[in-house]
Design a protein. Structure first.
Length: 332
């Protein structure tokens, strides 16, 4: 049954990736793309804007879903998200400082705001990892508290920077914090791809360790798993991957919490199957949300983070109040 579910998810992924580029404020027919020349406006919109945007959305959604799955297993908590350990707030602080200071630069074609956000994410990762290393044998609770402390600290600086900004910078900061997938050309998807491959291989290769850690640290240690070592490896791999996502797309909420939990309900808690399923479903979910953001308020465009929040809020309440959600979370 599980191979059939995964095969169905692969087919759905291919269908969504093929159809999504044709959806937007103005629909583009397949015939016009095939018949149009390279200089045709519709062809340029399709290949330079729509296709890279869909690929960026898929890679970002897949990365957030996979990281959410890993953190939910590590913390044994279905409410854990990729942003739990402060990576998002670190990236957001870097981006808000860049906007507030009025900087404008690029390095090898990568925008300054993306580089600043990634630097902020690396700073948050370094602080949390340093706190973990300073307490040998620390538990997941210590890691969680370190992440929460970093998150609150960086968030307070973001509020201060935002408050002291002028109207134009304040709007730009708020727009970045809502998340974005608008991109031109393949550079941003290609820069995110190696980070997702790195994080994905780490998560899929350690599926046995994730299964044991999700049951309990004592059981994992009893089965010969070096919990402290693998926890650090997974933390670094997932955090660097999510740092890249937030640096490029901004903090898009709820995807990393919802997608792996939905997949767990469908395919079960075995991470050998849950990993690929979460990766594919997370990517498809964000691509669909982005398509909705382009058409619901046309000719205007909603930030994709607004759509994921509108879907994530009710799901979060269901997860908190639903007996089924609680039992699944306890079982993993």
């Amino acid at each position: 049954m599980k191979p059939l579910l995964l095969a169905g998810m692969i087919i759905l992924t291919l269908v969504v990736l093929v159809v999504a580029p044709f959806v937007g404020m103005t629909s583009i027919s397949p015939e016009s793309v095939i018949a149009a020349g390279a200089d045709d406006p519709e062809s340029r919109i399709f290949w330079s804007l729509r296709v890279p945007r869909v690929m960026l959305g898929f890679l970002a959604g897949a990365s957030m879903s996979l990281a959410g799955m890993v953190f939910q297993a590590m913390f044994r908590n279905p409410l854990a998200t990729p942003f739990t350990l402060g990576v998002s707030s670190g990236a957001a602080l870097g981006a808000t400082l860049y906007i507030r200071l009025g900087l404008s630069f690029a390095v090898f074609g990568v925008s300054g705001v993306t580089l600043s956000a990634f630097a902020g994410a690396l700073l948050a990762i370094s602080v949390v990892y340093g706190l973990i290393r300073s307490r040998p044998g620390s538990s997941t609770g210590t890691m969680l508290l370190a992440g929460v402390a970093v998150n609150f600290t960086f968030s307070s600086f973001i509020l201060m920077v935002h408050y002291t900004s002028d109207m134009a910078n304040s709007f730009n900061i708020l727009r970045w914090l809502m998340g974005r997938l608008d991109t031109v050309g393949p550079d941003e998807p290609l820069s995110l791809l190696p980070l997702m491959v790195f994080g994905g291989l780490a998560a899929l290769a350690l599926h046995r360790e994730l299964n044991l850690m999700s049951v309990g640290e004592e059981i994992a240690v009893g089965r010969g798993v070096d919990v402290s070592r693998y926890r650090k490896v997974l933390f670094l791999a997932m955090s660097v991957m999510i740092g890249g996502v937030v640096a490029i797309c901004g903090p898009i909420g709820f995807v990393g919490m919802m997608a792996p939990h939905i997949c767990r309900l469908v395919i079960g808690p075995d991470h050998r199957w849950l990993g690929p399923m979460s990766l594919l479903f997370g990517g498809v979910f964000l691509v669909v949300c982005d398509a909705l953001s382009r058409v619901l308020a046309a000719p205007a465009e909603l930030p994709v983070g607004v759509i994921t929040a509108l879907l994530g809020g009710p799901f979060f309440l269901w997860l908190l109040t639903g007996r089924r959600g609680a039992s699944v979370g306890a079982g993993t």
